[in-house]
Design a protein around this ligand. Structure first.
Ligand SMILES: [Zn+2]
Length: 67
């Protein structure tokens, strides 16, 4: 595995887009198949949008018992 400090790319398996946002793996792994095993994952614009959309509903449920 290489640790290039180049541009970060999306951590979703099969996606090579440039990273747009970093999110907690715990949340992202429920939605996507992720590369690596870092606690934070990078998402491209497209996947971040999807992430936000899918976590929105969850967030409402989690509001009661936020961990
Ligand atoms: Zn992506």
């Amino acid at each position: 595995m290489s640790d290039k400090k180049d541009k970060k790319t999306c951590d979703v398996v099969g996606c090579e887009e440039e990273a747009f946002k970093t999110v907690a793996r715990k949340k992202a792994e429920k939605i996507f198949n992720l590369k690596g095993n870092a606690s934070k994952v990078h998402l491209c614009k497209k996947h971040y949008k999807e992430f936000k959309k899918k976590t929105k509903k969850e967030r409402e449920l989690e509001r009661v018992g936020w961990v």
